[in-house]
Design a protein around this ligand. Sequence first.
Ligand code: NAP
Length: 247
Amino acid sequence: MVRRMSVVVITGGSRGIGAATARRAAAAGWDVCLSYVSDAASGDQVAADCRAAGRAAVSVRADVTSEDDIAALFAAADELGAVTALVNNAGVVAPTSLVQDMSADRLQRMFLVNSVGPFLCARAAIGRMLAAGRGSIVNVSSRAAALGSPGQYVDYAASKAAIDTFTLGLARELAGDGIRVNAVRPGIIDTDIHGSGGDPGRAHRLAPTIPLGRPGTADEIANAIVWLLGDEASYVTGSILDVSGGR
Ligand code: NAP
């Protein structure tokens, strides 16, 4: 099979799963346009790592909740070449809370970043993919979507369930256009996100609950994402792949 790669846009590529995906994608032959929202130094470092792997790469400050930022992100990607891939990776959690205590501001932020942002980024990508005649979108969901995360963050789980349904619908909507859409559902992965939710030790504390007995690494999720992006997954669309150390 002839490999056809060009530019992949990766949201939240400055740290964790997104950074690992950027590095893995560059190693696989993609040029990379990644976004961050606050950590410019980390975003620049990941882009430099991608360039060291021999690919073009840029890091752009772009909040996935801002249409203007998304337009600037894709304009920067256009400078690298034809955008034929998107990884909707940026996501947030909030501190553990019961639903009855969740503020409207928290809920709006959670759904804006985790659910609306991927729609807006896909919207920007689809026109470019239609023009290119091909494309691949990978949405980063969570096993929480299937579990509901009671007593922890039902809002986060529900925002990721929206991503699963988005994946199914968009995959069917675009199948006739040569654009594949899939999702990866990570389990408990050792990244900064647990600290940002107020519980930095969470991934290792929960290790005994995972069939494989340990949290996953960002690289293990990146491997699945980059496989779904590329031509080796040419007959895969509308799939939701659990990468969770068992279930
Ligand atoms: P992380 O280490 O906290 O990194 C989050 C990334 O998203 C950072 O690059 C951050 O940018 C960026 N980001 C945050 N808010 C953003 C916004 N509004 N607009 C654009 N970018 C934004 O998270 P992670 O663990 O790698 O998680 C990546 C994805 O995997 C998320 O969708 C998460 O829900 C999902 N996931 C993670 C786990 C896990 O256990 N880690 C499990 C299941 C699913 P800055 O660096 O600038 O802050």
